[in-house]
Design a protein around this ligand. Structure first.
Ligand code: SF4
Length: 326
C-alpha cells in the first residue's frame, strides 16, 4: 500500500477536538474524523487563547469609521487588541504547515462568511467577510490550503484540498532531504497531476529543474516551491483532467480492443457532460495501467493523490443510500 507523508494542518479546535464553542458545544464532522489518522492536526481556539472562557457570551465584529472591532455585546467588552496580538504571535510561530481548516462563520476563525455589524447592538449585518484570525491567515499564507468545514462538504473543493495538502506535505519531506535527485523523482511522479492543474506551471517547473543558469540547489528548491504553490492555487478544470486521462490512455490504447476503446470514449463523454463523476474514468484508466504494468504511469500521483481511505466519506453516503432501499 502506498504511504503518504502526514500533512500538518492548523484546525479550529471546536471542530471535533474540544467543546470550546461559546455555548460549550463541539462541531461534529465526518470528514475531519476520516482525516484524523492521516493528518497531523494542530488544534487552536483563538477565543479561549485570549482568555474568554467556555461557555462565554458570543462576540461579533462591528465596523466603525472603516475600522473593525471585536466586541462582546452583552458585556460591552472589546477584545480587538487581545485578538490581534494573539493572531500575530500565533501565526508567526508556525512553520512547516500545509494549510488551515477553520470554522465557518466564526468572527474569529471564519475565512469568508462572517457577519459584519454596523453597531454593537444593531441586529442586521451589513456584509460578510473574514474573521480576525481568518483574515490574517489569508493574508499571510495565501499559497497554502485554506478551507472551512462547510466548504469541505463540496466534493470538488474537498478533492482539491486533499490533493493539495498531501502533495505539499510530500514536497516538504523532499525539501528536508535537500537532494536534487529526490526533487527530480518528486517532479516525475507528480507530472500528470501537475499537468491536470496547470500546463503552464508544469512547464516552468520543468525549466527550473533543467537549471540552465546553474543556480545553487537552495535557489532551485525555493523557485520550485514557489511555482508548485502557483500550480495549486485553483482546483483543476475538468477539461484539463480529460487531457491528462487522454495522455495516459495514449500509453495503453494499442493494447485495448475496439470495444474497450469505445467504452472509454463513452465514459469520457459522460464525464465531460457532467453525467459521471471523475472517479469513474480515472479508475477505469488506472485499472488498465495496473493490468498492463505501465512502469511510467504506475507511480503517477495523479491516480492516487491522497490515501484511498479518504474516499470513505463519499462511500459512507453511498452506504446510506443503499440502506434507504433495504
Ligand atoms: S470558531 Fe475558532 S474561536 Fe470559535 S470556538 Fe471554534 S476554534 Fe474557538
Amino acid at each position: 500500500m502506498k504511504s503518504f507523508i502526514k500533512p500538518r494542518i492548523v484546525i479550529s479546535k471546536c471542530i471535533e477536538f474540544e467543546s470550546c464553542r461559546y455555548n460549550g458545544q463541539i462541531i461534529r464532522s465526518e470528514i475531519i474524523n476520516t482525516l484524523k489518522p492521516h493528518v497531523e492536526f494542530l488544534p487552536i481556539c483563538a477565543e479561549v487563547e485570549i482568555g474568554l472562557g467556555v461557555p462565554r457570551d458570543p462576540i461579533r465584529i462591528i465596523e466603525k469609521h472603516a475600522k473593525k472591532f471585536l466586541v462582546q455585546p452583552k458585556t460591552g467588552r472589546d477584545v480587538t487588541t487581545e485578538m490581534l496580538s494573539f493572531t500575530q504571535r500565533f501565526l508567526s510561530s508556525l512553520q512547516g504547515i500545509e494549510g488551515f481548516l477553520l470554522k465557518s462563520q466564526s468572527p474569529s476563525c471564519g475565512t469568508r462568511d462572517v457577519k459584519i455589524y454596523p453597531a454593537v447592538l444593531h441586529s442586521a449585518p451589513v456584509r460578510r467577510e473574514a474573521g480576525f484570525l481568518g483574515e490574517q491567515v489569508l493574508q499571510r499564507f495565501p499559497q497554502l490550503a485554506i478551507e472551512d468545514e462547510m466548504r469541505l462538504q463540496n466534493p470538488i473543493i474537498r478533492q482539491h484540498y486533499f490533493t493539495k495538502i498531501f502533495t505539499l506535505a510530500a514536497f516538504r519531506s523532499v525539501k528536508d532531504t535537500a537532494s536534487l535527485q529526490q526533487l527530480l523523482q518528486f517532479h516525475t511522479e507528480n507530472k500528470y497531476l501537475l499537468m491536470g492543474y496547470s500546463q503552464k506551471e508544469l512547464s516552468i517547473l520543468g525549466n527550473i529543474l533543467a537549471n540552465q543558469d546553474k543556480q545553487p540547489l537552495p535557489n532551485v528548491f525555493s523557485e520550485y516551491e514557489h511555482h508548485l504553490f502557483m500550480a495549486f492555487l485553483k482546483a483543476p478544470r475538468y477539461t484539463s483532467q480529460i487531457n491528462v486521462l487522454n495522455h495516459a490512455f495514449g500509453y495503453i490504447s494499442q493494447k485495448l480492443t475496439a470495444a474497450e476503446k469505445q467504452f472509454y470514449s463513452d465514459i469520457i463523454e459522460k464525464y465531460r457532460n457532467g453525467q459521471m463523476p471523475f472517479s469513474v474514468p480515472i479508475n477505469l484508466v488506472r485499472s488498465w495501467v495496473i493490468r498492463f504494468e505501465q512502469p511510467y504511469l504506475i507511480p503517477q500521483t495523479f491516480f492516487e493523490p491522497y490515501p484511498n481511505q479518504l474516499l470513505d466519506a463519499e462511500a459512507l453516503k453511498v452506504t446510506e443510500v443503499r440502506d434507504f432501499w433495504k
